[in-house]
Structures are given as C-alpha cells and as structure tokens.
Ligand binder design. Structure first.
Ligand code: S3P
Length: 172
C-alpha cells in the first residue's frame, strides 16, 4: 500500500487536487487539518487561539503519526497543512513512510486562490498580502524542496497523478 503526501504553501491547491485524484484513482484522501480538528474537538483557529502555534504544532505532529498508522491498510493521499513539513521532524517521518509531492506555486497564484477560499483554518495567513506570503515562503522553501517530487501547482491536471504514481513505484 502507498501513502502519497501533498505538501506546499496554503493556497497551492493540495486539497483541491487531492480530492480529484483520490476519486479518479481510487485513493483514500485524508486531510490532516480535518483530522486535527476531529482529534481536538475544536476548529483550527480555536486551537491557535487556545494553545498558540507551538500547541498546534505538537498536536499536528501527533495526529500525523496517528494518520499514518491508520493509512497503512489502503492507498492513501494525505493532504498536509502548509507548515507540516517544517516542524517536529514531520518531514523525516513522511520521507520514511511514503512519497512526498511538493506543489510549487508563485505568490500571485497563492493570493488568487486564497481570495477564493475560506480562511477560517488559516490564522497565520492574515491578510494574505504579498509581503506575508513571500516571507513565509522564503522560510519554508528549503523544507518543501526536500520532497521526492516537485510539481508546478499552476499546471496540474487530472492525469498528473499517473506520473506521481509512476514515481511512487520507482521509489520502492
Ligand atoms: C498552516 C496551514 C493550514 C493549517 C494551519 C497552519 C500553515 O493549512 O494547517 O492553519 O502553517 O501554513 P493549509 O495549508 O491547508 O492552509
């Protein structure tokens, strides 16, 4: 069984494509943010408010491990949060247990997408300004680049997942 992790900045399209590819290729799709909310019993924004970012990151690392254990039975796409690969050894864990696909995107593309989607689970994004997103991207880029595979978020289509699956088979 395979686990494929989708990583990248908020607004890069991880959830959108995860859902489409999962349906088309028969993969279970698990959204890490959704699992965190289920585990905590409150919304992401309330976790940040109550426990701060450090609290959220501890929870995120623990729920990632739980999610991986539950995913071992079937082919699964795990849609991660934008900060998941940057904290607590999550990147190492993901590299060890599956194939990591990085959705590379330009800041203007992120801004366009973030303007069209709900922001309740994104307390770190603020006003989604070019300045904020560029600073965040610069800090995270080095982690994202450690993925097994990089795809251009702006050029994805339904069949891109066939190439991802091929890379997954070659990696074994
Ligand atoms: C975060 C991104 C969010 C969510 C949380 C933290 C981040 O997920 O995990 O607000 O640090 O970039 P998305 O990538 O779906 O926005």
């Amino acid at each position: 069984m395979s686990i494929i992790y989708l990583i990248g900045m908020p607004g890069s399209g991880k959830s959108y494509w995860g859902k489409i590819w999962g349906e088309k290729y028969g993969f279970e799709v698990v959204d890490l943010d959704f699992n965190i909310e289920r585990h905590a019993g409150v919304r992401i924004s309330d976790i940040f408010f109550g426990m701060g970012e450090n609290g959220f990151r501890s929870l995120e690392a623990a729920v990632l491990l739980e999610t991986i254990s539950a995913a071992r039975e079937q082919n699964t796409i795990i849609v991660t949060g934008g900060g998941t690969p940057v904290f607590d050894g999550n990147l190492k864990t993901m590299r060890r247990t599956g194939l990591i696909v990085y959705f590379e995107a330009t800041v203007p593309y992120l801004i366009k997408n973030l303007q069209n989607t709900p922001q309740a689970h994104r307390p770190l994004i603020g006003d989604a300004s070019e300045e904020n997103l560029s600073a965040m991207y610069q800090k995270r880029k080095g982690f994202y680049e450690q993925a097994h595979l990089k795809v251009c978020a702006e050029e994805l289509h339904r069949d891109t997942f066939a190439e991802i699956q091929k890379a997954c088979i070659e990696q074994r």
